[in-house]
Every structure is written in C-alpha cells, then in structure tokens.
Write a protein that binds this ligand. Structure first.
Ligand SMILES: Cc1cc2nc3c(=O)[nH]c(=O)nc-3n(C[C@H](O)[C@H](O)[C@H](O)COP(=O)(O)OP(=O)(O)OC[C@H]3O[C@@H](n4cnc5c(N)ncnc54)[C@H](O)[C@@H]3O)c2cc1C
Length: 411
C-alpha cells in the first residue's frame, strides 16, 4: 500500500494549503485538536462557524464532493479527505455542520427529488441553514427501527406526534431529518417514512438537556400535531429505513475517520505537572503509559489509512471503518483519565487560567464518554465487526418479521 500523494493529489494539497495559509491561523502545539466534540450550545460559536463556512463556500472549498450545480465542487472523495487533513491543521471554529453536511446533505443528494435538492443543498453548502438529526427516541437508539413517533396522512400533509431525544443542536437548527412510523401493522423496518421537517413548525417543542460538562449540546424534541408537507417526504411511504441507512452509513464514515487524539499534548502536560517532586515525564511508569497510547493511536491511524487507500483507488471503504471509532474513542477516554490522574488534586478544578492547558483535559474527561455512544455504541460496533467483517453468525432477533404493533413492550 502506498500512502504517499499521487502528483495530482500533491498539487491539490498545495492549492488547499495555500488558501488556508491566506485565510486562517495555523494550529499551535498548545491548541486543542480539531476532532473533539464541538459544543454547539453557544450562539456565538454558531455564528463564527457559519461565517467560516460561508467563506469556504465562496472560495469553492465547501462540500467538495457535491455536484457543482448545487454549490459543491464535483471533487473526488480523496480530494475531500485531503482538504479535511489540511483544514484540521488550522484553527477554525468548531464544525457544527457535521450532521447537516456529513449526513443530511448526502442523504438528500442520494434520495431527494431535483426540487428538494435545489431547495436545501445550496444553503447547506453556504452554512446559511443548520440541520439536525431526529432519529433517536427514549426507547429507540441502537434499535432505531423500534421507534414510535407516528405520522398520519392528512390531505397534502402528514401529522406527526411523538418524542425524539439526544437531538444535537436542535435549538439552533432550521431543518431536521426525521424518521417516523407511518404504519404500525407491518414489520418494524417496513412501516417507517423519512421526512425533512421545518424546526420552526408549530407544535415542535425543544427542551435542551444539560450535560455533565455544563453544556447543552443536545435536546429532547416533542412533536404535537406537527404538520409536515408531503413535498418534504424523502422516501417512498414505508421505505424510510432504506433512506435512514444512507444517513447512518454517512454518520459512521464521518465519525470513523476521527484521528484518535494527540499524544503530544499529553507529553507536554507530563512535562508541566510534578509527580513525587519531579516532572511527571521523568517517571518511567508515566512514560510507559504514554508510549502505549502512542502505539494504539498509530494503529488507529494506520487502519484509517486503509480507508484512505481504498478511497484513493476509487473504492468504497467497508464496515472496517467502525474499528477507528471503536478503538479511537476508547483511547481518547483513557488518555483523558490518565491526564486527570497525573494532575492529582488539581484535576478537580477546571479553570481557563489556572488549570494546565486551560482545563482542556477536564473538559475532555467529561465529554469524551459521549463519543463511545454517539453514532453507534461500542457493543453495536462490535456486532458490526463480528457480523460484517469477521463473518460470524448474526445476533438472534426475537422480533424479526413480527408486525410492529404485536412486538411486546413490557407495558
Ligand atoms: C453526544 C451524543 C450526540 C447524539 N446526537 C444525536 C443526534 O443528533 N440525533 C439522534 O437521533 N441521536 C443522537 N444521539 C443518540 C445516539 O444515537 C444513541 O444514544 C445511540 O444510538 C445509543 O442509543 P441509546 O442511547 O438509546 O442506548 P441503547 O440503545 O438503549 O443502549 C443501551 C446499552 O445497551 C447496549 N446494547 C443495545 N443494543 C445492544 C445489542 N443488540 N447488543 C449488545 N449491546 C446492546 C448498548 O451498547 C448500550 O450500552 C447522540 C448521542 C450522544 C451520546
């Protein structure tokens, strides 16, 4: 496998790098890595992220693989990866468009009508409109096809009732993708329909959820007789599962590409804090742990390179991309725990000025556990790897083929 750029890729990298050099500041060694979960709970961050997206779109650096007629650049997947690699070296506002651009846009481009693409795609590219994903419910996460929010046809509209939860950024969003049950009489995967919903519609109530880190990144969203025009339907009636799979594949691909965290920052922390009266980095046990993190992160990176190699050769990466997220999120969490450990009692204080590295490790310690749940929990990723990569027998599914209304609920 050759991981070096081809001459065309190298030329594209230089073009991207030149534009970034002229328009953003290079990320310094003490700046936090780009891949951490963006806290979308603050309006100022949202405005800064929108301004950066607009700037990129005006220069042709937004949504690179999307068709030029809708505001993209018609670039290859590999060019998009190269752009992402270069952009991550610069200090840019948090990426609040991961859901809209990473998941909603590709789904509409795959399954939407021309009219729907013209209406929604260009404003996703410019960052003018922000999107959320209304899939999970209190009783449907890993088992998404068990969702209960309902849709009933009424003339040219559908009337939606029910509750969604963990909806990232809903309080700042203009549009959402939503999967609802339009027919409870057929088996659970067959009775679903997929819509785009205007988040400002009457009957939508958004209640932010306060997280352990104090942020309000996600929300509960209640639907009470919310009317969604049939023109906003993305799937055939009852074929929402197939469209949802497109969204989930894009979600895994975008999360699976994550880097796994930076050992450099941990080394700097170990140089800064003291253990037994000397810099922690001089302790052989500390050095041993850091070396272990380094090795595992390299492993994640090399596995990620296989995906890049497949893209570079025009192939579609397979379910093995799940490995990057499974291992990477765990290593990041262990690194954050270790960083807290070597700070000793000081780790219990998170302060921009007094905590080492501005309290970033404290923030990570609280927010990284969510990475092991969002976009597929560890156990679900292991099931995918077992069944689709290793070819092991599938999990037994007791409700397979049963009409949804007959599945026991325990109530
Ligand atoms: C930071 C964050 C952001 C999120 N943003 C969004 C969003 O924007 N939109 C959205 O729709 N959702 C969002 N989610 C929700 C996320 O998709 C779900 O939390 C996830 O799918 C898990 O579902 P659940 O929480 O219902 O847990 P459950 O599915 O109830 O799982 C509970 C436990 O049981 C285990 N388990 C479940 N099924 C199996 C199985 N078959 N085999 C073995 N173990 C199993 C799980 O691994 C887990 O440990 C977000 C979550 C987080 C943490």
């Amino acid at each position: 496998m050759d991981f070096n750029d081809t001459p065309e890729e190298a030329a594209f990298r230089t073009e991207a790098r030149n534009w970034l050099d002229a328009n953003a500041k290079l990320r310094g060694p003490d700046d936090p890595p780009a891949e951490l979960l963006a806290d979308r709970s603050d309006a100022e961050t949202t405005r800064a992220a929108q301004a950066w997206q607009k700037k990129k779109s005006e220069a042709g650096w937004a949504c690179l693989t999307w068709p030029a007629e809708y505001g993209g650049r018609g670039a290859t997947a590999m060019q998009s990866v190269i752009w992402g690699q270069e952009e991550s070296k610069f200090l840019t506002p948090p990426n609040i468009f991961g859901i809209g651009i990473g998941m909603c846009g590709p789904t509409i481009l795959t399954h939407g009508t021309d009219e729907q693409k013209k209406r929604w795609i260009p404003k996703l590219v410019t960052g003018e409109e922000i999107w959320c994903q209304l899939f999970s419910e209190p009783d449907a996460g890993s088992d998404l096809a068990g969702l209960r929010a309902s849709a009933a046809r009424d003339g040219d509209d559908w009337v939606v009732n029910g509750q969604k939860t963990w909806t990232t950024g809903a309080q700042f969003c203009d549009w959402g993708i939503v999967v609802v049950r339009s027919d409870p009489n057929v088996k659970k995967h067959a009775g679903l329909t997929y819509f785009v919903v205007d988040m400002h519609s009457p009957g939508i109530e958004i209640r932010p959820i306060t997280q352990i880190n104090g942020g309000q990144g996600f929300n509960e969203v209640f639907f009470s007789d919310v009317r969604i025009p049939d023109a906003n339907r993305i799937s055939e009636i009852g074929n929402g599962w197939a469209v949802a799979i497109t969204t989930l594949m894009n979600e895994r691909a975008s999360i699976g590409g994550g880097g796994g965290g930076s050992v450099g920052e941990l080394v700097r922390l170990a140089q800064q804090v003291e253990l037994n009266g000397r810099p922690a980095i001089q302790d052989s046990a500390v050095r041993h742990r850091i070396a272990d993190f380094y090795t595992r992160i390299k492993g994640v990176k090399m596995t990620g390179n296989r995906t890049l190699s497949a893209l570079s050769q025009g192939k579609t990466p397979g379910p093995e991309a799940s490995l990057g997220k499974l291992i990477g999120a765990r290593v990041m969490q262990e690194m954050a725990s270790f960083a807290m450990e070597i700070q000793g009692g000081a780790s219990s204080v998170q302060d921009d000025t007094y905590s080492p590295q501005g309290g970033d490790w404290q923030e990570r310690y609280l927010s990284i556990p969510g990475l092991r749940i969002a976009g597929g929990t560890d156990e679900i990723l292991r099931n995918i790897i077992a069944e689709r990569v290793l070819g092991l027998p599938p999990e037994s599914r007791a409700d397979k083929g049963m009409p949804f209304k007959d599945i026991p609920t325990g109530s």
